[in-house]
Design a protein around this ligand. Structure first.
Ligand code: ZN
Length: 171
């Protein structure tokens, strides 16, 4: 396994829609394992393949950050099929270093996906789990959490990021 480089805001792949995984092969399994190691090392509770420069619909989630094996999720082609309620909470992203902002997300989601064996799985997530699933699936659509902020918040953030991340940011 290897720790991969996590790309940060400004990299074009982070704004592109990721492609559906048609075949689960050794390469994808290796990528998933590397993503888990990268996520745990960061440390983070979720990672999407585009963040490590792979435009495929694959995410890893682990609210326990490596503490509890049962909490680790590897989801291929995840899709939100139902959502309920609303929750506002501060959110951050490994690809947007040092920025945390309040983001509105559904309180509960139902996600369908495949596991690494190609079996269909259904995940019901509440609260933090729903938030992380939505955040990672947004990455597959080329969306960062900053895209969900108000225009005013985004303009303030753009000024703040100008000093650290350079020009040309699309916020
Ligand atoms: Zn993120």
């Amino acid at each position: 396994m290897a720790v991969l480089e996590i790309l940060t805001i400004g990299h074009p792949i982070l704004t592109k829609k990721a492609a559906r995984v048609e075949k689960i092969d050794d390469e994808l399994v290796r990528l998933a394992k590397d993503m888990i190691e990268t996520m745990h090392r960061a440390p983070g509770v979720g990672l999407a393949a585009p963040q490590v420069n792979v435009g495929k619909r694959l995410i890893t989630v682990d609210l326990s950050v490596g503490e509890n094996k049962d909490e680790l999720l590897i989801l291929v082609n995840p899709e939100i099929v139902r959502q309920e309620g609303e929750s506002v909470c501060e959110e951050g992203c490994l690809s947007v270093p040092d920025i945390r902002e309040k983001v509105t997300r559904p309180y509960r989601v139902l996600v369908t996906a495949q596991d690494l064996e190609g079996q269909d799985v259904e995940i019901e997530g509440e609260d933090m789990m729903a938030r992380v699933l939505c955040h990672e699936i947004d990455h597959l659509e080329g969306k960062l959490f900053t895209d969900r902020l108000s225009p005013l918040k985004r303009s303030l953030l753009r000024k703040k990021l100008k000093n650290t991340a350079g020009a040309g940011l699309k916020l």
